[in-house]
Design a protein around this ligand. Structure first.
Ligand SMILES: Cc1cc2nc3c(=O)[nH]c(=O)nc-3n(C[C@H](O)[C@H](O)[C@H](O)COP(=O)(O)OP(=O)(O)OC[C@H]3O[C@@H](n4cnc5c(N)ncnc54)[C@H](O)[C@@H]3O)c2cc1C
Length: 214
């Protein structure tokens, strides 16, 4: 089996997102004539302050998460987004190593290929490794005996590495960050969402300024 850390990548976002939002938003007031080199920030802060958030729906961003299946279950609960998720029906994991995600509370296990099971001193981390080891073995046994990937997948755990691409408008991303960065959110969710928010703040200024990472 292969063990990896989760990751996140901002794949694409509306170019000139801020200008697009200003152009669209000023249509409401027919104030396009007031657009100057310095007007965008003031205009966007004004609409956000007044809760006129539909205006920021004109700009979108697309993100790739590589995380475990538990986290993708939580991500897809956000309904105002589009998703493409690695399929355990169509992907066959019997040919090579099955990849699992190391959770942040297990610090004694390094990413890498684990060809043979060997006990490690941390009792709970060892239990986790042992279960994954057996899940991989059972999946492969079931595939060898004729089960399809869509049947053998039933023995795969939440730790299974899953890729998901999510596209949403900036209003939905704001909502997503407000729910998924606080300390009440799941630690594995925060592990990918906090770096994402930091990256989005760099690439798309102003829009996320008021969302403070706890
Ligand atoms: C800390 C935490 C713990 C959670 N625990 C659980 C749990 O134990 N069990 C569980 O099932 N879920 C749980 N959830 C998921 C949660 O209930 C929501 O499904 C998820 O956060 C998506 O939120 P949302 O519906 O606001 O967002 P989205 O689906 O992204 O929607 C965005 C906004 O659009 C509006 N909207 C969308 N659809 C509708 C609609 N049909 N009608 C009216 N307005 C709509 C709402 O204003 C909504 O806030 C948890 C979430 C968090 C953050």
């Amino acid at each position: 089996m292969r063990l990896i850390k989760p990751s996140v990548e901002l794949l694409c976002f509306s170019t000139d997102a801020l200008q697009l939002i200003e152009t669209a938003g000023r249509t409401c007031y027919k104030s396009e004539g007031k657009i100057t080199s310095g007007s965008t920030e003031i205009f966007i802060r004004m609409v956000l302050m007044h809760g006129h958030e539909s205006v920021i729906e004109h700009a979108v961003a697309t993100v790739r998460f590589i995380c475990d299946r538990g986290v993708t279950h939580e991500i897809v609960r956000h309904r105002l987004a589009s998703y493409s998720q690695e399929s355990t029906r169509y992907c066959d994991y019997s040919g090579g190593h099955i990849t699992f995600i190391i959770p942040p509370w297990i610090q004694c296990i390094e990413p890498g290929i684990y060809d043979a099971f060997k006990n490690i001193p941390n009792k709970m981390a060892n239990e986790w490794l042992w279960i994954l080891w057996n899940c991989e073995k059972s999946y492969k046994n079931l595939r060898e005996q004729g089960w399809k990937p869509e049947q053998a997948r039933s023995v795969l755990p939440n730790s299974l590495k899953t890729e998901i691409v999510m596209t949403a408008n900036l209003r939905e991303w704001r909502h997503f960050f407000k729910l998924r960065t606080p300390t009440t959110a799941h630690p594995q969710m925060r592990e990918v969402v906090i770096p994402l928010l930091e990256d989005m703040k760099k690439h798309i200024p102003i829009i996320f300024d008021d969302i403070i990472i706890p």
